[in-house]
Design a protein. Structure first.
Lengths: 214, 100
């Protein structure tokens, strides 16, 4: 149990040390057997984790990792939640009457007398578009943490195109598109941030992985 | 590389431990035991001293078959020169004759 916990701590330490210091992470892991034989694997691994954590704040690569997580968790995931929330519950727009997607599809609803068939026929497509933008955000967050910049920009561009389509169709249907426009603008800013984080990453892209004789 | 700052007490201890058996490779856990430093102090120090060219690191074949290879450390000539310069000057931690 102690050994498993110590290994988990060392995995975390390796994640904090990043690609550039993978060799050091492996060096720490290689000492774990000796630490276990000495009866102090957790203390050893916890020290390594502390060392790696301190390095995370000091080194440029560590700051980059923290920034990536801040962008993914602080910007992309809340935007994904907002978009998916808009698609499923109508927050804060897209459907009249504040009853979400279900309410908009009910016959005899508030909107029916005004827009009737056209509006109700368009709603599923708009909701799907909105949902896809939200799912696109989740995918962008994932590939940003994987440092797959080409995929991040590809998914970002697709989401932006979907966002522009949503705004245009909302305008055609005389639905207030200001919120959608605002979200599209936020998406464009996100893409700019991702492009700049990608450029930053290019400054210290890792070399080939170390290959200790094992 | 020229060091401008005074070495820390921990660095004195590590230099002393590494210079005791000059030219010999030492493993991380052994250095922890000899110096009394914890892993959270020792590894950042080793990383820094390696970057400064004072210590060299190498993967060494295991003494027993089936065991993983281990990272080992020893002083470079610059590290040994620094250890010689500092011999006897460490506060409360005088270097021993091994540096001579």
């Amino acid at each position: 149990m102690k050994a498993l916990f110590a290994r988990a701590l060392l995995r975390l330490a390796a994640a904090c040390l990043g690609e550039r210091k993978r060799d050091w992470a492996m060096a720490m892991e290689a000492e774990l057997e000796t630490a276990m034989a000495e009866g102090a694997p957790v203390q050893f691994a916890f020290g390594c984790l502390l060392a790696a954590g301190r390095g995370l704040f000091a080194a440029e690569e560590g700051q980059f990792v923290l920034t990536s997580y801040a962008v993914a968790i602080g910007v992309l995931l809340p935007m994904a939640a907002l978009q998916i929330g808009c698609a499923l519950f109508g927050l804060p727009y897209l459907y009249p009457g504040r009853h979400g997607l279900g309410g908009a599809m009910i016959d005899g609803g508030l909107q029916e007398s005004l827009l009737r068939g056209v509006y109700q026929a368009a709603i599923p497509s708009l909701a799907l578009l909105q949902l896809l933008i939200g799912l696109g955000h989740l995918r962008i967050a994932w590939v940003v943490l994987e440092r797959d910049w080409a995929a991040a920009l590809r998914w970002g561009s697709l989401s932006l195109a979907a966002s522009a389509t949503l705004v245009m169709f909302m305008s055609v249907l005389f639905i207030d598109g200001r919120q959608a426009l605002l979200q599209g603008a936020v998406l464009a800013i996100e893409l700019a941030i991702i492009a700049s984080v990608a450029r930053w990453h290019a400054h210290f892209s890792p070399g080939p992985a170390p290959n200790p004789a094992r | 590389m020229v060091r401008k700052r005074q070495p820390s007490k921990q660095m004195y201890r590590l230099l002393e431990a590494l210079s005791e058996a000059r030219g010999e490779w030492r493993h991380g856990y052994d250095l922890m035991k000899v110096t009394g430093l914890l892993s959270g102090t020792l590894y950042p120090l080793l990383m820094r001293m390696t970057e400064q060219g004072l210590v060299e690191a190498e993967w060494r074949e295991p003494a027993q078959p089936g065991r993983p290879a281990r990272h080992a450390y020893r002083l470079t000539s610059a590290g040994a020169a620094l250890a010689r310069d500092l011999a006897g000057s460490a506060p409360g931690q005088p270097f021993k004759g091994a540096l001579a």
